[in-house]
Design a protein around this ligand. Structure first.
Ligand SMILES: Cc1cc2nc3c(=O)[nH]c(=O)nc-3n(C[C@H](O)[C@H](O)[C@H](O)COP(=O)(O)OP(=O)(O)OC[C@H]3O[C@@H](n4cnc5c(N)ncnc54)[C@H](O)[C@@H]3O)c2cc1C
Ligand code: FES
Length: 365
């Protein structure tokens, strides 16, 4: 069943339509990571530090979408850039590392994501940044933006990498340290350092986190706020260390790039409906009703009907497919991308939701 109430399905200007960006420069950050800078499109790319672009690549006749965080800040960097680290065996990350060059055009979705913070010159905050590997990417944009916009705020970064040569943005961070010696602190921690390394060694573990958090919590008269981005294990440890230090949850913002898949719902799972169910999605004011079979998520069923529902990671992390449930109930397998407030306000992720009960209506803005 497919019912398009507004018959005129002419492609109108839509926030969810891809835009084409032209590569201006490709910078090799390490032997495993590049930063791709784009020319500013017209009108300029409107993004918040910490957000990501969804890159759309066609390989072997198939479309692939991946999220890559912007490492730049619109307050200081004239050109937007994303940093892509190779993943062993990874399709898109290796393709981008191998084949991007100035002049090449890349299709992306508009910037999205909630790994952001408001800025004000009157803020007196101490930002605790905890990153590892490519997790430094969105944090880099945030650090630059805080330092330029909030003269009374401080930033401390705890940053894990494998070895000296694998530290993404080592020089850029060093330049910021020279420029803001009293307001920026960077603690590099390496798992496989060379013999001359003087800094911290080993994985970021509970002890490192505790001392890092304790130091921040003693900041005189500054309000702390934490941003976490890195492997799942490090994020979990960081969250429990912050909880032990009684840091309120609303002062902690995290972004996951990847999560081991949980056991997904089998068709016979009692929580989701084991029958085909109609679902209505309102997308930028247009209403679409389509059937969702028990083996599909709401996003998969919508895409099968060629409805241009927004999506990127398809694993419940990036929130590109976020919608608000207006009626009915869904079973959401993965909600890691949503904050507690968003869940309380009725937001769901279409890529990991299946119909559960009632007349399901979802509004996607
Ligand atoms: C919001 C968001 C922002 C992101 N920002 C960045 C960024 O700034 N820079 C960056 O390099 N990446 C970033 N990522 C990750 C990126 O989107 C891709 O997932 C990553 O590049 C792997 O894609 P691939 O096509 O190379 O690998 P795939 O071909 O998709 O995966 C190959 C195999 O590796 C597994 N896998 C996928 N990702 C990971 C992972 N991270 N760790 C371990 N195993 C994995 C898959 O399950 C699969 O088995 C971000 C992801 C999200 C959700
Ligand atoms: S597509 Fe990323 S959360 Fe659904």
């Amino acid at each position: 069943m497919f019912n398009l109430f507004n018959k005129d399905k002419e492609k109108k200007e839509s926030a969810n339509q891809p835009v084409t960006l032209r590569i201006r420069e490709v910078v090799k950050e390490t032997n495993e990571a590049i930063t791709i800078y784009f020319d500013q499109p017209e009108p300029h790319l409107d993004y918040k530090p910490g957000q990501f672009l969804t890159v759309i690549i066609h390989l072997e006749g198939k479309e692939h979408r991946r999220s890559y965080s912007l490492c730049t800040s619109p307050y200081v960097d004239p050109f937007p850039g994303i940093t892509v680290k190779r993943l062993k065996g990874g399709l898109v990350s290796n393709y981008l590392n191998d084949y991007m060059h100035p002049g090449k055009k890349v299709s992306v979705l508009r910037p999205m994501g909630g790994f952001i913070t408001p800025y004000h010159s009157a803020h007196r905050h101490h930002y605790g940044m905890i990153a590892a590997g490519s997790g430094i990417t969105p944090i880099m944009g945030l650090i630059k933006s805080i330092l330029i916009n909030e003269p009374e705020s401080k930033v401390s970064l705890l940053y894990g990498s494998r070895s000296e040569s694998q530290i993404i943005f080592f020089n850029a961070l060093d330049e910021l340290l020279q420029k803001y010696p009293d307001r920026l602190q960077v603690i590099h921690q390496l798992t496989q350092p060379g013999p001359d390394w003087q800094g911290a060694r080993g994985r970021i573990v509970a002890e490192n986190l505790q001392s890092f958090i304790n130091e921040l919590e003693q900041s005189d008269g500054l309000i702390t706020k934490y941003f976490l981005c890195g492997p799942e294990g490090m994020m979990e440890l960081s969250k429990s260390a912050l909880q032990s230090a009684e840091v309120p949850k609303d002062q902690v913002i995290s972004e996951s790039f990847y999560m081991e898949k949980k056991e997904t719902l089998s068709n016979g799972n009692e929580s989701a409906l084991a029958v085909t169910q109609p679902v209505t999605v309102i997308l930028e004011g247009q209403s679409y009703t389509f059937d969702v079979t028990p083996d599909k998520t709401i996003l998969e069923a919508g895409l099968d009907e060629e409805i241009e529902m927004p999506y990127s990671c398809q694993s419940g992390l990036c929130t590109a497919c976020r919608g608000r449930l207006l009626s009915g109930e869904v079973k959401m397998d993965e909600d890691a991308g949503l904050s507690e407030n968003e869940i309380a306000e009725g937001y769901i992720l279409c890529c990991s939701s299946k119909p559960k009960s009632g007349e399901i209506k979802i509004n996607i803005e």
